[in-house]
Design a protein around this ligand. Structure first.
Ligand code: ADP
Length: 318
C-alpha cells in the first residue's frame, strides 16, 4: 500500500508539472505572437496588413493545435498508464491476500486431521478397547489420512496445471463408469446425513486423461457435500446428446451469488474471510476443475438450483 501511495504522489506531481509546462508554453506562444505582430507593424509604419494578420492568426492556430495534440497524447498515455498500474497493484493485492488465506487454510486443513489421527493413535495405545471401538478409531484415522492425501493431490495438481506446456494423457475413458465410481467412493466417505441421487447414462465415452477427469468429478462432489445442509440432497446427472456430454452436480446448499460466479474458479479463491469461515477448503478445487475441463476442450458453468443451491455443469466433447 505504501508503494501505491507513492505512485499516486508521483501521478499528482506529474499532473502539476504537466499543467505548469502547458501554462508556460501557452504564455510563451502568446508573447511570440505579440512580438511578431509588433515587428510587422513596425516594418509597415505602424499598420498591420491584412495578409500579415491572417498569417499571424494561422501561426497562432497551428501552435495551439500542436500544444493541444501533444497534451492529448500525453494525457491519454498517462491515463492508460495510471489505469494499468492501478489494475496491476489491485491484482497483486488480491493475489497476496488470497495466498495468505491459502496458507491459513492449508495449515488448518493439515492440522485438524493430523490432530484427529494423533488422538486416535494415543487412545489406541493407552486404553484397552473392544474390537468395534478399535475399528471405529482406525476407520476415522483412515478417513483423515484420505483427507490429507486429497489435499496434497489438489495442491500438486494445481501446481501442475500452472505449467502451460503440460500434456494430458489422451485415452478413451468410460466416463459413465468414472462418475459412478466417484459417487460410490464419495458415498463411502460421507459421514453426514447427505444423500446422493444419480442418473447416469451408461457407456458414455470421452477422450481424455482419466486421472484428471476423476479429480474434477471428485472435486465437484466434495464441494456439493461440503456446502450441503444436513439431510440435503445432491443430484448427479450424466447424459450425452449428439457429440456433447453433460455432467451436472446440483446441491441444496447456500448457492453462489452472481458476483461470485466467475470468481470461484480463480486459484485460491474462497468466499468470505478465512478466519470467519467454518467450512474447510483451500480454494483450489474449482480452479483445478476449470483447468482440467478446459484442457479437454470443454467448459464448466455454475447456475442457481431451484429453490436453493448451486448447479455445476461440465460439458465435454464425446
Ligand atoms: P474450497 O471449497 O476448497 O474453498 P473451491 O475452489 O472448491 O475451494 O471453491 C471455491 C469457493 O466456491 C468456495 O470457497 C465456496 O465459497 C464456493 N463454492 C464452491 N462450491 C460450492 C457449492 N457447491 N455451493 C456453494 N458454494 C460453493
Amino acid at each position: 500500500m505504501r508503494a501505491l501511495r507513492f505512485f499516486y504522489l508521483l501521478v499528482i506531481y506529474l499532473l502539476l508539472q504537466f499543467g505548469w509546462w502547458s501554462f508556460l508554453l501557452i504564455k510563451q506562444n502568446n508573447e511570440i505572437y505579440n512580438y511578431r505582430k509588433e515587428l510587422l507593424q513596425l516594418q509597415n509604419g505602424g499598420f498591420l496588413r491584412s495578409e500579415d494578420h491572417k498569417e499571424l492568426q494561422e501561426y497562432l492556430h497551428r501552435k495551439w493545435l500542436m500544444i493541444a495534440g501533444e497534451g492529448l497524447v500525453f494525457g491519454t498515455l498517462l491515463i492508460v498508464g495510471i489505469y494499468l498500474t492501478r489494475q496491476s497493484f489491485k491484482r497483486e493485492f488480491i493475489l497476496s491476500n488470497q495466498q495468505r488465506n491459502f496458507l491459513l487454510a492449508i495449515t488448518h486443513e493439515f492440522k485438524s486431521p493430523l490432530a484427529a489421527i494423533k488422538l486416535g493413535l494415543q487412545t489406541l495405545g493407552k486404553h484397552p478397547l473392544d474390537e468395534s471401538q478399535r475399528n471405529q478409531l482406525l476407520e476415522r484415522a483412515l478417513q483423515e489420512t484420505n483427507r490429507i492425501n486429497e489435499l496434497i493431490e489438489n495442491a500438486l495438481a494445481a501446481a501442475r496445471y500452472e505449467d502451460e506446456s503440460l500434456q494430458l494423457r489422451n485415452e478413451l475413458v468410460n466416463f459413465s463408469e468414472l462418475v459412478r465410481q466417484a459417487i460410490e467412493n464419495k458415498k463411502s466417505l460421507i459421514t453426514r446425513s447427505v444423500q446422493i441421487v444419480s442418473q447416469i447414462e451408461p457407456d458414455i465415452f470421452v477422450q481424455g486423461d482419466s486421472l484428471a477427469l476423476q479429480s474434477t468429478v471428485s472435486n465437484l462432489l466434495d464441494n456439493a457435500e461440503k456446502y450441503s445442509p444436513d439431510r440435503g440432497r445432491i443430484n448427479v446427472c450424466l447424459s450425452a446428446r449428439g457429440k456433447q456430454v453433460t455432467l451436472s452436480v446440483a446441491d441444496q446448499g447456500p448457492g453462489i451469488s452472481s458476483q461470485e460466479k466467475t470468481r470461484i474458479f480463480r486459484k485460491f479463491y474462497r468466499s468470505g474471510n478465512e478466519e470467519l469461515r467454518g467450512v474447510k477448503g483451500t480454494g483450489l478445487g474449482l480452479y483445478i476443475v476449470k483447468k482440467v475441463v478446459e484442457l479437454h476442450g470443454g467448459k464448466v458453468t455454475v447456475s442457481d438450483n431451484v429453490p436453493q443451491g448451486a448447479v455445476f455443469e461440465i460439458i465435454l466433447k464425446k
